[in-house]
Design a protein around this ligand. Structure first.
Ligand SMILES: NC(=O)c1ccc[n+]([C@@H]2O[C@H](COP(=O)([O-])OP(=O)(O)OC[C@H]3O[C@@H](n4cnc5c(N)ncnc54)[C@H](OP(=O)(O)O)[C@@H]3O)[C@@H](O)[C@H]2O)c1
Length: 257
């Protein structure tokens, strides 16, 4: 009998109530991990993620922590310690997936300082301090996976600040890999292209023209699905990826080739 790839592991996935984070949580649970499903506001979506995982024989628990203000990482870990103790009595974990993120649809000319601070707070500051404060809890041999974006590599002035947050996240990943290598911890980014989630709902859903354009940007000729990203994360989380660290794994289906 084969053992599931992540049997006995504990994973934390931020922004796991919906979208890409939900698919990551479902996939890691399917691979045997007990998954902390972190969310900001949408309790119903997070409960659905947890219920779906449990229905399929997996283990999961939801925890609420808003990451945008100061102290977001501390709130997250306090919630993890409180809610997770049945799953991880020693408070340790094996996999941290920094997935929660927000967009910023402003161009250079219109971006305000508040708008800049908001997107950097969720997309950069939160992952930075989640890792800093998570390191005493993360077991040696563990995994850090940061969800970046193709927008860090492809110039898209219409979302300039968002792209800059993901560039910062990738540089964070690079340095983490060097810093944590001696502990056998790998750190990698996964950089999706356009994925069909709520983040893109306003301009993509119900708009065939926008959908055709979005599909045409990928060499593989379609819009990405959350599972396309989750499967890459599952690989990075597994022992099979033990020799990959400090990398940005492209998950755009071949955009901008
Ligand atoms: N969709 C794409 O095309 C795409 C492309 C490249 C990269 N990405 C990246 O992939 C990640 C997930 O994106 P998605 O499309 O799945 O987004 P989504 O559908 O909008 O879901 C976002 C998730 O993040 C959580 N979140 C948002 N703000 C938060 C905050 N302040 N504190 C804590 N949690 C917060 C949300 O919690 P609630 O459910 O409680 O609101 C939700 O679970 C992001 O980092 C995004 O930048 C997405």
């Amino acid at each position: 009998m084969t053992t599931a790839a992540l049997e006995g592991k504990i994973a934390l996935v931020t922004g796991a109530g919906r979208g890409i984070g939900r698919a990551i949580a479902q996939r890691l649970a399917r691979d045997g991990a007990a998954v902390a499903v972190a969310y900001a506001c949408d309790e119903r979506a997070a409960s659905e993620t947890v219920e779906d995982i449990r229905k399929n024989g997996g283990r999961a628990f939801a925890l609420r922590a808003q990451l945008e203000g100061h102290g977001g990482a501390a709130r997250l870990w306090a919630a993890f310690d409180a809610v997770g103790k049945d799953h991880t009595p020693d408070g340790k974990l094996d996999i941290i997936v920094n997935n929660a993120g927000i967009g910023s649809g402003e161009a250079l000319a219109s971006l305000t300082e508040d708008g800049f601070d908001e997107v950097f707070a969720v997309n950069v500051r939160a992952p930075f301090f989640i890792v800093q404060q998570g390191l005493p809890r993360l077991r040696d041999g563990g995994r850090i996976i940061n969800i970046s974006s193709g927008a860090a590599r492809l110039a898209m002035p219409e979302i300039i600040a968002y792209g800059a947050t993901k560039g910062a996240l990738d540089t964070f990943t690079l340095n983490l890999a060097k810093e944590l290598g001696p502990r056998g911890i790998t750190a990698n980014s996964v950089a999706p292209g356009i994925i069909d989630t709520d983040l893109n709902a306003a301009w993509l859903r119900g708009n065939p023209q926008a959908q055709a354009h979005a599909a045409s940007l990928a060499a593989l000729g379609r819009i990405g699905q959350p599972q396309d990203v989750a499967d890459i994360v599952a690989f990075l989380a597994s022992d099979d990826a033990r020799w990959v660290t400090g990398r940005v794994i492209d998950a755009t289906g071949g955009a901008g080739l």
